[in-house]
Ligand binder design. Structure first.
Ligand code: ZN
Length: 277
C-alpha cells in the first residue's frame, strides 16, 4: 500500500505582475510552477488601463489566476484626468477581485530621477492623490477592496485613504512599516501584505512588524517580477516563491506552515470574496 502523500500547505500570491514583459516567454511554466509549490492562487495586478486589460486576459486564461484592476501612482503621467471611465467596466468582470494597484509613491518623483523640479514633484503628488481618490471611490461603489501602494509615502497614503476607511478596506502591500504603522492600518479594518523583502538578512525590523500583525490581517505576496525572496534574491521573482517566503513567515510568527496556511488563506478569502478556491 502506498502511503498517503503529505499535502503541501497552500498559499495565495496576492500580488504579482504576470503581464510584465519578464513573463512573456514562459507564463505557462510560471503558473504551473506556482501550483506545484502549493501556491494555488495568484492575483495579477494591473498598473494602468492597458496593463489592467492584460491582467484580466491572463485571469481568463488560467483558472488559478485572478486579476486586480487599477492605476499605479508611478503611472499617473499617462493617466487621464479621471481614470474611472477606463477602469469601471473592467471591475464588473467576474475574475476581477480588487481595485489596484493604486496609492502614493514619493520615492520616484521627477526631481529624484533628474527629470524635473520640486514644482514638478508637487504636480505629480497632486495627480497621485487625485487618481488614488478616484479609485477609492470606484472601490466604494463596486464593493471591492483596494490594493494600496505606498512607498516613502505612508502618511500621505493614509491621508487619502482615511476618509474611505468605513466604506473600503485596503491591503497596504509590500509592507515595510513599523508595528505602529501596521496597527494604524489594522485599526481601520485594513490589512498588510509582506513580500520577499521579509526574508532578507537585514530585514529584522520588517519581521518584527510581521510578528506583531494579527493573523487575520496579513497576506503573503511576491510583487513578481521584483523582490525575489532568499534563496532567489536578485533573480526574477515568480509566484512559486511564496513557498519560500511562507517558511520564513511561519518561523517569524512562531507557527507551523500548516497553521500559517490556514490563517493567511482565511484572511485572503475574507478580503477577496470574489476569488474562489
Ligand atoms: Zn505591484
Amino acid at each position: 500500500m502506498n502511503p498517503m502523500p503529505i499535502p503541501i500547505p497552500r498559499f495565495t500570491d496576492t500580488h504579482a505582475h504576470l503581464d510584465f514583459p519578464e513573463f512573456a516567454g514562459d507564463i505557462e511554466a510560471v503558473v504551473a510552477r506556482a501550483a506545484g509549490a502549493g501556491v494555488h492562487r495568484v492575483i495579477t495586478i494591473g498598473c494602468d488601463a492597458e496593463s489592467s486589460r492584460r491582467a484580466v486576459a491572463i485571469a481568463e486564461r488560467f483558472p488559478n489566476v485572478w486579476a486586480a484592476v487599477g492605476w499605479h501612482p508611478n503611472h499617473v503621467g499617462n493617466a487621464p484626468e479621471d481614470v474611472r471611465p477606463a477602469l469601471a467596466p473592467l471591475l464588473r468582470h467576474p475574475r476581477v477581485v480588487a481595485v489596484g494597484e493604486c496609492g502614493i509613491d514619493h520615492y520616484r518623483l521627477p526631481s529624484s530621477q533628474g527629470m524635473g523640479t520640486e514644482e514638478d514633484d508637487e504636480r505629480v503628488k497632486a495627480a497621485q492623490a487625485r487618481v488614488f481618490r478616484q479609485q477609492l471611490e470606484l472601490a466604494a461603489d463596486s464593493g471591492l477592496n483596494v490594493i494600496v501602494h505606498q512607498r516613502h509615502a505612508f502618511a500621505p497614503a493614509m491621508d487619502v485613504f482615511g476618509p474611505f476607511a468605513g466604506r473600503v478596506r485596503g491591503v497596504f502591500h509590500c509592507f515595510v512599516g513599523t508595528p505602529d504603522q501596521m496597527q494604524a492600518v489594522v485599526a481601520m479594518g485594513s490589512s498588510v501584505s509582506f513580500t520577499g523583502i521579509a526574508t532578507f538578512k537585514n530585514a529584522a525590523e520588517i519581521r518584527r512588524t510581521m510578528a506583531a500583525t494579527p493573523r487575520g490581517s496579513f497576506f503573503l505576496e511576491t510583487d513578481s517580477p521584483f523582490l525575489a525572496p532568499v534563496p532567489h534574491r536578485g533573480k526574477r521573482a515568480e509566484p512559486a516563491h511564496v513557498a519560500d517566503l511562507a517558511r520564513v513567515a511561519a518561523d517569524t510568527v512562531g507557527s507551523s506552515t500548516e497553521e500559517l496556511s490556514r490563517d493567511t488563506e482565511a484572511a485572503v478569502d475574507a478580503f477577496f470574496p470574489r476569488m474562489g478556491t
